[in-house]
Design a binder for this molecule. Structure first.
Ligand SMILES: [Fe+2]
Ligand SMILES: [Fe+2]
Length: 229
């Protein structure tokens, strides 16, 4: 479902940084604010690790909702097709988000970044519980809005990762020597800068799929480096 050809990561980074953020809704802004209050305004590895822990939750909620629908609407082929499409996309996105989480964890291990016990063990559980409840509610009552909100989060994440690479030029020289980090289908990656740029582009793919599923295909962001002349 995602673009399989390898884009020019640097060129795509330039286009992300030149592209304005989406005009975020109040609810998305409130969640970004809550993260800033808890972790500070800047981008840090513990902060993005929590974001990656949370990132799979909406897909799981949509998956549960689609399975529930399939149990009762299996005789309506168009509905079955749509549900299967969401399930397929959701599974792929969840695996991809989990790779992001493994990469961030690996980076934290290599850099020796540790958090306090409370932040490592309690905060993620509390955040997951609240976000799972919210996501299930959205999937049940307004899944289109849930897709749109996900597009907002993914747009934000794409910008955050591309800016992180720009703010840390040392990543361009750091070679990747980790099996986990090379697990992406577009690997192997030469430098850590490319790893983070690939994560940013994964977030762009998630945004694009979210936009398509809420009927906003015209707002999909293309890969300039893959455009055929
Ligand atoms: Fe992610
Ligand atoms: Fe994502």
């Amino acid at each position: 479902m995602s673009e399989t050809r390898r884009p020019d990561f640097r060129k795509e980074q330039e286009t992300t940084l030149a592209r304005p953020h989406m005009k975020y809704t109040g609810m998305a802004r409130a969640l970004f604010k809550a993260m800033d209050l808890a972790y500070g305004k800047g981008t840090t590895l513990p902060k993005v690790r929590l974001l990656e822990i949370l990132a799979r939750i909406p897909y799981q909620a949509w998956e549960t909702r689609q399975y529930a629908k399939l149990s009762t609407q299996y005789h309506r082929y168009a509905d079955v097709q749509r549900a299967m499409e969401i399930l397929h996309w959701g599974r792929e996105a969840q695996d991809n988000e989990f790779w992001h989480l493994l990469v961030i964890e690996e980076r934290m291990r290599l850099e020796g970044v540790r958090e306090g016990w409370l932040w490592e063990n309690v905060a993620p559980h509390v955040a997951c519980f609240k976000y799972a409840w919210f996501s299930r509610w959205m999937a049940r009552f307004d899944i289109r809005r849930a897709f749109y909100m996900n597009a907002e989060f993914e747009d934000h994440a794409e910008h955050v990762y591309m800016k992180f690479v720009k703010d840390h030029p040392e990543l361009e020289k750091q070679k990747v020597d980790s099996e986990i980090v090379q697990m992406h289908p577009q690997g192997p990656f030469e430098t850590w800068a490319d790893v983070f740029r690939r994560i940013a582009l994964d977030e762009r793919d998630h945004m694009n799929h979210s936009l398509k599923h809420c009927g906003l295909s015209d707002r999909v962001v293309p890969y300039v480096s893959l455009a055929t002349p």
